[in-house]
Design a protein around this ligand. Structure first.
Ligand code: FO1
Length: 319
């Protein structure tokens, strides 16, 4: 395996945008390891679905569906339409092209391949030069606690459109999981130059990764600066239910609230210019702060944010 100089922890859409920026900004993209959350994974229609791995893979290969934020571009939906006419479950949309990936991954997992091996091989087939790995090869399932009882993650997220009030989260299976071999190798020995926590939802995208025994400890022990990018800008999530969840959990739905959530883990925090006023308060709690434009509308925005993070990591290393 290549030397890893950057480890990026990512959920789906927001995380994958920055992962793409890093991929384009790094001198040698083969030194990038993107570790995807697998707490969102589930078994559906007999298939193993790994939304965050697939979002990262499609994004890095230039095949992602930019309108939906998930799935593939140039997609057709004959399978779903036909399934509907047969009275099948249609609340979770699987495009025809996307479906092929789920079928092939499920076949390989059933014949004994690890999720790491399947993910790495598929990334290679999509001509991705960076390494893409799951957080763990074991099954970890995010459960959303609500006043009406626990909900499997995709039931909460897609079927119920994030409407139920959140009272907490559980990561079933995490206690008996272990970091994926690629992540464990990257964080041991000399370690990477820096670690980026992408602007993904802290509770449902990053916390499941940190819940895998050993990962948080390795990150804290590593000499590499750990830099988190705020998914909250001006009190709003760029996408998804982060701000809603923070409010429901009784937390400050602000970038500062996110920085507090990562206290003890991060050395650097990237804050949007609209939240610049919070920089001093965040620094008072430990991490150094980079204030910049974090809203990634174009590819140029992604690359330029990634370049700033790389420069910030070099400053942090000199401390
Ligand atoms: N998100 C939706 O909102 N609706 C869907 O029907 C849906 C289908 C889907 C299929 C494959 C895939 O890889 C992702 C899909 N997503 C869908 C996205 C996914 O549920 C979430 O965005 C992530 O789990 C959160 O990161």
């Amino acid at each position: 395996m290549n030397r890893v100089s950057c480890v990026a922890l990512s959920g789906g859409v927001g995380g994958a945008k920055l992962a793409l920026g890093l991929y384009k900004a790094m001198t040698d993209p083969s030194e990038l390891l993107i570790v995807a959350n697998t707490g969102d994974d589930f078994e559906h229609l007999g298939l193993r679905i790994c939304p965050d791995i697939d979002t990262v893979t499609y994004t890095l290969s230039g095949l992602s569906n930019l309108e939906l934020g998930w799935g593939r571009q140039d997609e057709s939906w004959s399978f779903m339409e036909t399934l509907g006419t047969l009275g099948g479950e249609t609340w979770f949309n699987l495009g025809d092209r996307d479906l092929a990936l789920h079928v092939e991954r499920t076949r390989r997992l059933q014949s004994g391949n690890s999720l790491s091996d399947v993910t790495a091989d598929i990334a290679q087939r999509f001509a991705i030069k960076a390494a893409v790995a799951p957080m763990a090869d074991h099954d970890v399932r995010t459960i959303v606690e609500t006043p009406e009882g626990p909900l499997a993650f995709q039931h909460y997220f897609v079927r119920d459109r994030c409407e139920p009030t959140v009272t907490g989260f559980r990561f079933d299976g995490a206690a008996s999981a272990a970091p994926s071999p690629a992540l464990a190798a990257a964080l041991s020995g000399a370690g990477p130059n820096f670690v980026v926590i992408c602007p993904s939802n802290p509770f449902i995208s990053i916390d499941p990764i940190l819940a895998v025994p050993g990962i948080r400890k390795m990150l804290v022990k590593s000499a590499a600066p750990v830099i988190a990018v705020s998914p909250i800008v001006g009190g709003q999530a760029i996408k998804g239910p982060t701000a809603k969840m923070m409010a429901e959990l009784g937390m400050d739905a602000t970038a500062q609230g996110v920085a507090r959530h990562y206290a003890g883990l991060i050395d650097g925090f990237v804050l949007d210019t609209v939240d610049a006023a919070a920089a001093d308060a965040i620094m008072a709690n430990g991490p150094d702060v980079l204030v910049t434009n974090t809203v990634m509308k174009s590819l140029e925005d992604r690359v330029s944010l990634a370049r700033e993070i790389i420069a910030f990591s070099e400053q942090l290393k000199q401390r």
